[in-house]
Design a protein around this ligand. Structure first.
Ligand code: F6P
Length: 370
């Protein structure tokens, strides 16, 4: 008999509930108890936020977006802002308290579902002795050591559908539509949706962009009697001078960065340089919402079931990953501390180039592998 606790941390992603469903069902079949900690580590600090999860609590949730447990990206127990009586904010490390409560509540394992931030926290708890299994989540698909994270496929499907819809209005008005998509400092969502959604140009953080190349592509369209264009820009795309568009208060590479604004900037530049009627839109959190696609549901269910098998095998300090199409444990220290970027020699980059999509640079100027 084991007693497990699950938490969901960081930005939500479609497929979180599928993982919870699979964990609860897999544990039920083994006669184990499962609890859910609300809003990240909330349940370790307030017993009212620690809820037992039974089969009937998870009925049908595998197809629902969001997370029944709630999530937060402000709950780092190793650096928690606390306001004292004088109203001053102090950053406190409350990780020992969480470990104490984890032990007091009699848990055998913590299944932490999260992206790089939440898995970094899980890794630190694992180093302090908590038995932890990680599950990789993020729409950005930027986690190391796994071929995929769940949530990404759904975000790409949403972005692609939006691009499909924009074609007709762009064409009717002979306009350039610039669409900013999420992804932080990786271009996975932009590249996958841009190729699938017929973009003329795709700007990703991995390739700093030159507006001249983008505008040349838009002007070239006219040669083929195409008087409109669709440009997809990843929120973390940067100019060839290295300018990143940060709306937040934090410095780049630290907390408090809020990426955004690059789409509008690119649209203004296109308008100025080509005289084309140009509009921009930000897809934003639409990409995080809605039901998971079949792929994400299945991946979430597979991750959840595999995580419970890993508890049985006592593979603590590991994350379940998708490797060569199968479920595999990878040590958490191989997951944290880096972000998976789009490789420039990927066949998707090559596909984009082969079908004439501009990647924000003159292809001759970059040493792209053929
Ligand atoms: O990491 C997922 C993500 O949606 C990023 O693509 C985006 O930059 C960020 O989270 C937005 O976070 P928030 O929910 O805090 O606005």
């Amino acid at each position: 008999m084991k007693k497990l606790v699950i938490s969901t941390g960081g930005g939500d992603a479609p497929g979180l509930n599928a993982v919870i469903y699979a964990v609860v069902h897999s544990c039920y079949r083994r006669g184990w108890e499962v609890y859910g900690s609300r809003n990240g580590y909330g349940g370790f600090l307030d017993i009212n936020d620690m809820v037992q999860l039974n089969i009937r609590d998870v009925e049908g949730i595998y197809s629902q977006g969001g997370t029944i447990l709630g999530s937060t990206n402000k709950g780092n127990p190793f650096a928690k802002p606390v306001v004292n009586e004088a109203g001053e904010v102090h950053v406190m490390d409350i990780s020992d308290k969480i470990i104490r409560n984890f032990n007091r509540m009699g848990f055998n394992c913590h299944i932490a579902i999260g992206g790089d931030g939440s898995l970094d926290i899980a890794h630190r708890f694992s180093q302090k002795g908590m038995p932890v299994i990680g599950v990789p989540k993020t729409i950005d698909n930027d986690l190391m050591a796994t071929e995929r994270t769940f949530g990404f496929d759904t975000a790409v499907a949403t972005a692609t559908e939006a691009l499909d819809k924009l074609h007709s209005t762009a064409k009717s008005h002979n306009r350039v539509m610039v669409v900013e998509v999420m992804g932080r400092d990786s271009g996975w969502i932009a590249l996958y949706s841009g190729i699938s959604g017929g973009a003329d140009a795709i700007l990703i953080p991995e390739i700093p962009f030159d507006m001249e190349a983008v505008c040349e592509k838009i002007s070239d369209n006219e040669l083929y009697n195409k008087h409109y264009a669709i440009v997809v820009v990843a929120e973390g795309a940067l100019t060839k001078d290295g300018h990143v568009f940060n709306k937040g208060m934090g410095e780049l590479g630290r907390e408090g960065v809020v990426l955004g604004g690059v789409g509008e900037w690119v649209a203004n530049e296109i308008r100025k340089r080509t005289d084309k009627d140009t509009r921009s839109l930000v897809l934003g959190h639409l990409q995080r919402g809605g039901s998971p696609t079949t792929f994400d549901r299945l991946l979430g269910l597979r991750f959840g079931a595999a995580a419970v098998r890993m508890v049985e095998e006592e593979k603590f300090g590991h994350m379940v990953a998708l490797l060569k199409g199968s479920m595999a444990p990878v040590p958490l220290d191989q997951v944290v501390g880096g972000r998976k970027k789009v490789p420039l020699d990927s066949d998707k980059i090559l596909t984009a180039r082969n079908i004439g999509i501009c990647l924000g640079v003159d292809p001759d100027q970059l040493d792209f592998p053929e």
